[in-house]
Design a protein around this ligand. Structure first.
Ligand code: NAD
Length: 256
């Protein structure tokens, strides 16, 4: 083991949902380790800003507008990325949405949209970029799952979110098994509560936030950088024997 196990110079990463939050922190983290970073994002302004920031760090970057719900949009993202960069070494499937809604009030549209972003979107990206990695015989994929894929959160009702994230964990393990002998590693991270735009509403809801803190042994929410560090580890050569794993970053939430 040496520091070079954490070196990403010469590698290219593509990160979805990298315009803000955990995705942006991951873009910064991988760029700081030497990687060029493609920002794939739904919100154009955030995506453009993130790509400019990565370039200001002295790395190559580009913004690609994508809606991960749409496999055509994801396939175009892969084409555009591979026209601009010779290869993609690291894929981080991070784009996601959350919604608190009681199951009995969850409409078809609510359910399908949740699955479309948080589960279908991960698969479309893994498939599109995975095909390219398989052709080359190497590549690393890290998916952003959630502790919600292992436990049902309380007090907020979010059955569709939990179900989608559980799907991401098993999708990750399935792809890891299918692709391990062809040079690919596929892992996921499972964050607990992290302070981002996604959780801002919950953190100001006094019916929810005190419960979140009370159920987290560390008694606080995490920072996007905490998750970015875990993604960085899994993406790095230091994790070369790790595939099909789910690295939990939750301040101890799932240990109780
Ligand atoms: N914040 C938390 O507490 C927490 C906990 C567990 C898991 N996660 C997961 O971490 C990931 C990042 O979440 P975050 O907290 O940084 O939230 P965030 O809302 O700050 O970032 C999510 C990003 O995904 C993008 N996105 C949403 N829908 C998209 C689509 N259809 N196509 C392309 N991009 C899209 C958004 O524009 C945004 O930039 C998500 O998958 C989320 O479910 C977050």
């Amino acid at each position: 083991m040496s520091n070079s196990d954490f070196e990403l110079t010469g590698q290219t990463a593509l990160i979805t949902g990298a315009g803000r939050g955990i995705g942006l922190a991951t873009a910064r983290r991988l760029a700081a380790a030497g990687a060029d970073v493609i920002i794939a994002e739904y919100i154009v302004e955030n995506g453009e800003q993130a790509a400019a920031e990565i370039e200001s760090m002295g790395r190559k970057s580009m913004f690609i507008e994508v809606d991960v719900r749409d496999s055509g949009s994801v396939n175009r993202m892969a084409e555009v990325a591979l026209a601009a960069f010779p290869r993609i070494d690291i894929l981080v499937c991070n784009a996601g949405i959350a919604q608190g809604i009681p199951a009995e009030e969850c409409s078809d549209e609510d359910w399908l949209n949740m699955m479309a972003v948080n589960l279908n979107g991960v698969f479309w990206c893994c498939r599109a970029i995975g095909r390219h990695m398989l052709e080359r015989g190497s590549g690393v994929i890290v998916n952003t799952a959630s502790m919600s894929g292992m436990i049902a959160n309380t007090p907020q009702p979010q059955a569709h979110y939990n179900a989608a994230k559980a799907g991401v964990i098993l999708l990750t393990k399935s792809l890891a098994g299918e692709w391990a002998d062809r040079g690919l590693r596929v892992n996921c991270v499972s964050p607990g509560y992290i302070g981002t735009d996604m959780t801002a509403e919950g953190m100001s809801n006094m019916d929810w936030y005190p419960t979140w803190l009370a159920m987290t042994p560390q008694g606080r929410v995490g920072e996007p950088e905490d998750v970015a560090a875990a993604i960085y580890y899994l993406a790095s050569p230091a994790a070369k024997f790790t595939t099909g794993s789910n690295l939990v970053v939750d301040g101890g939430y799932t240990s109780w």
